[in-house]
Structure formats: C-alpha cells, structure tokens
Ligand binder design. Structure first.
Ligand SMILES: NC(=O)c1ccc[n+]([C@@H]2O[C@H](COP(=O)([O-])OP(=O)(O)OC[C@H]3O[C@@H](n4cnc5c(N)ncnc54)[C@H](OP(=O)(O)O)[C@@H]3O)[C@@H](O)[C@H]2O)c1
Length: 270
C-alpha cells in the first residue's frame, strides 16, 4: 500500500513512525508534502526514510491512501487543489480537527471515498487512542484498511461522526491534560525532596499502570480508587483535598470546552 501525507508536521510524523515501526508498510512506499517555505518539517520526516515533495498533487498521484495532516483551516483549500488528481482507487483520510466527512466530500469529486480520523500523539510510541468514521461512499474493505493502518500505531475504534468532536476533546487533546498531570505530580515529589528524573519516571509509570488496570481489570475507576484509600490513610487525605479543589469538575470542564471549541473551529472553517 502506497501512503501519502499532505503536511509533514507532528501528526504526520507520529503516524509515519508508527506505520514504519510496525512494518505495515516500508518507508519507500510513503511520501509526504509540505509547502516550500517549510524545509524543516520535510527534513525531519525524510529522516524516517520516506520520500518528500513540495507538490501535494505528486503525493496524490503516487499514493493509494492519502492522509491529510494539515491544520483544519487549510484542509478545504488543499482538497480542492488536488481534487482533479483523485480517482475511485483513492482513499482520502483527514485527521483535521472539526473537518466533517461532508466538507471533505464537497471539495472532492462525487463518490470519493473519505474517512475522518482523530488520532493522538502517543502514536509516536505506538500507543495512540484513535477513532474514525466513514464517509458516505466508502467500500466494504475501507473500514478494514483504516483499522489496520490505525492499529499499527495503537488502539482504534469506529464511532459515529456525531461523537467525533467529543473524542477530539477527550482522547485527541487528552495527552496534554495527562502530560500536565504527570509534570505536576512530579513537581509535588520534587517539592518534598525527590530528584526530578526519578519523580517524572514514577509519575509516568503510575499513570500508565493505572490506565492499564482500568482497561484490564474491568473494574469501575472509583472502585479501584477505593482500593488505594485505606481508612485514615494518606491517599484519602489527598483525595479529600483534590475534591475540595474541584479536580473532577476541572477535568469534566476541560473535555467540555475542548469539544465545544472543536465544533466552533469546524463551523468556522465550513
Ligand atoms: N497535535 C495533535 O495532538 C493532534 C491530534 C489529532 C489530530 N490533530 C490534527 O492533525 C492536523 C495536523 O496537526 P499537527 O499538530 O501535525 O500540525 P503541524 O505540526 O502544524 O503540521 C501541519 C503541517 O501541514 C503543513 N501545511 C500547511 N499548509 C499546507 C498546504 N497547503 N499543503 C500541504 N501542507 C501544508 C504544514 O506546513 P507549514 O508548517 O509550512 O504550515 C505542516 O507541515 C491538524 O488538523 C490537527 O487538528 C492534531
């Protein structure tokens, strides 16, 4: 499968690395484009062994699957630019926040097979949490192709397009919330006298292990939390403080505003 990336930034690089590391396709079957002014991103992605070009149309001509990895505000322009090079054999995937399958279909020839995907940056270490929804003209094997590509750099599931903005505020933006939590937990330990690198390591493993326990035990997160809170122990004291400071409400609000902002950006662009 020949895979092309329009845009060579953080997400294109994360996905490319995942695809190559998993062996799903060889680097020589991948090509990426970026505007002329930006040599740096193309230089970075070319270090993974993939081909590069300044011409988006070349990417489309040389690919079976085209992944649009530009910022949302340029997606429509980019799709229109290469629209005349798209044929029935192409599968066009967009990872852009807020850009609907309908918007993609409008900018491309009738019956173009399009898919909207929301991955996240842990794709770099093949631990992405991705979701995808299919456009109206996909063929039977497209879901399988997309799932195979996304699974090569982490977990994925198909969802209804009505839920994809919520997934953006949850798992798309989620790594930023979690990185901040890890850094802050480590700061607490540093404040109490632990060396920084050790504190970061322990905080990151605590987050990773807790996530694995939620997924593998099938237990409710509150029940797992209760297991850590012994009567009159240190954890229940810390939990009381977090509740008083609005820890849960802050996270709920964060997902809400990120979801609403995603919808706003999508509407703006359409
Ligand atoms: N970052 C995340 O965590 C995340 C997660 C999920 C989805 N997304 C989505 O992924 C997309 C890319 O995000 P990113 O963080 O990878 O952005 P990024 O690092 O800024 O990369 C965007 C790339 O698109 C290029 N580009 C701009 N205009 C172009 C054009 N006309 N033709 C071809 N390439 C063009 C940019 O080049 P220049 O630098 O020259 O403009 C750059 O290479 C966004 O739509 C975002 O919503 C991001």
């Amino acid at each position: 499968m020949r895979i092309g990336f329009i845009g060579a930034g953080k997400v294109a690089q994360a996905i490319t690395k995942g695809l190559i590391d998993s062996g799903i396709t060889a680097a020589e079957n991948i090509i990426a484009s970026s505007p002329k002014q930006d040599h740096l991103l193309l230089t970075q992605i070319s270090k993974l062994g993939v081909g590069t070009t300044f011409n988006n149309k070349t990417v489309v001509k040389e690919s079976d699957v085209v992944v649009v990895c530009t910022k949302p505000n340029v997606v429509s322009r980019v799709l229109t630019e290469f629209s005349s090079d798209v044929s029935k054999s192409h599968l066009i995937i967009s990872v852009a926040l807020g850009v609907t399958t309908k918007t993609m279909e409008k900018a491309l020839p009738k019956n173009t097979r399009v898919v909207r995907v929301m991955p996240n940056t842990p794709a770099l270490v093949r631990m992405s949490a991705s979701v995808y929804c299919m456009g109206s003209s996909v063929i039977e094997t497209d879901a399988e192709t997309v799932s195979k590509l996304l699974t090569s750099f982490g977990y994925c599931e198909e969802i209804s397009e009505s839920l994809i903005d919520i997934a953006t505020g949850l798992s798309g933006s989620g790594p930023a919330y979690v990185f901040t939590a890890i850094q802050s937990l480590a700061d607490g330990a540093v404040k109490m006298g632990m060396p920084r690198d050790q504190a970061l390591r322990l905080a990151a493993y605590a987050v990773m292990g807790s996530a694995k326990l939620v997924l593998e035990s099938g237990q409710h997160p509150d029940s797992l939390k209760d297991d850590v809170c012994s009567p009159a122990g240190c954890t229940i004291y810390a939990m009381h403080l977090l509740e008083k400071r609005g820890f849960r409400a802050a996270l709920i609000d964060a997902v809400e505003v990120a979801t609403l902002r995603t919808k706003e950006l999508g509407d703006f662009k359409v």
